[in-house]
Write a protein that binds this ligand. Structure first.
Ligand code: AP5
Ligand code: MG
Length: 216
């Protein structure tokens, strides 16, 4: 299964992708997560990316394309993958098409999760993530049982550096101008499925898996 998750910051791409990993046995490729790992490890790539991410801007295509190309070559992607946060503009989408053509693994579906703008700010300012396992929580909608601690492994919960109100506004602008046009890009290829992203996480998951079930 080869899928792209589309949607604004806070739409729930990562939340849904993480649920799909277990059920379908395919990896989530989140360029945002890979970049944040590089920042945490202090790699040169992380140092380059941090300035853009802290401002809510896109990291240059050249950097991101290299990461994705390397990741797709890993053996665990042979059965399929869930791209989350990539592609992010039409240049990245065209480069992805070329990459996948080269390995004869074209995309099958682009799931577009649509959440009203006014809900996104609360989802993002309330998000907390486990530093060790990546599980996501939300202080307003789905808090952990013990404040600041992950229910799964007791790891420390942290708030992303770019989940500040000013940076969120910029990310949403960047989404509207650069990423939202991808819905049209994939519509033209006939592979977009639009899913309303309000409601419970499990309701939305049900709608996502219903679309995936239609794939052969
Ligand atoms: P990235 O990490 O991709 O962030 P994003 O696109 O801004 O999206 P988010 O991760 O914020 O949202 P999400 O849709 O995954 O929502 P989540 O599931 O967490 O990118 C960050 C930065 O990295 C970019 O700004 C850019 O600088 C750089 N970058 C990354 N990829 C790049 C690329 N390809 N090219 C260039 N630059 C790139 O959910 C959010 C919250 O809502 C959570 O708290 C969750 O619990 C909650 N929630 C989820 N679903 C629901 C629900 N149904 N009801 C209530 N709450 C919910
Ligand atoms: Mg995410």
């Amino acid at each position: 299964m080869r899928i792209v998750m589309l949607g604004a910051p806070g739409a729930g791409k990562g939340t849904q992708a993480k649920k799909l990993i277990d059920e379908y046995g395919i990896p989530q490729i989140s360029t945002g997560d890979i970049l944040r790992q590089n920042i945490a490890q202090g790699t040169p790539l992380g140092k380059e990316a941090k300035g853009y991410m802290d401002k809510g801007e896109l990291v240059p295509d050249k950097v991101v394309l290299g990461l994705v190309e390397d990741r797709l070559k890993q053996p665990d992607c042979q059965k399929g993958f869930i791209l989350d946060g990539f592609p992010r503009n039409t240049a990245q989408a065209a480069a992805l098409d070329e990459m996948l053509k080269g390995i004869n693994m074209p995309l099958q579906l682009a799931i577009s999760i649509d959440v009203p703008f006014e809900d996104l700010m609360k989802r993002l300012t309330g998000r907390r993530t486990c530093r060790s396992c990546g599980q996501m929580y939300n202080v307003y909608f789905s808090p952990s049982k013990t404040e600041g601690k992950c229910d799964k492994d007791g790891g420390e919960l942290y708030q992303r550096d770019d989940d500040k109100e000013e940076t969120i506004k910029k990310r949403l602008q960047v989404y509207e101008s650069q990423t939202a046009p991808l819905i049209e890009y994939y519509s033209k290829k006939g592979i977009v499925r639009n899913i309303a992203g309000t409601g419970s996480i499990s309701d939305i998951y049900g709608k996502v898996t219903a679309e995936l079930a239609k794939l052969k």
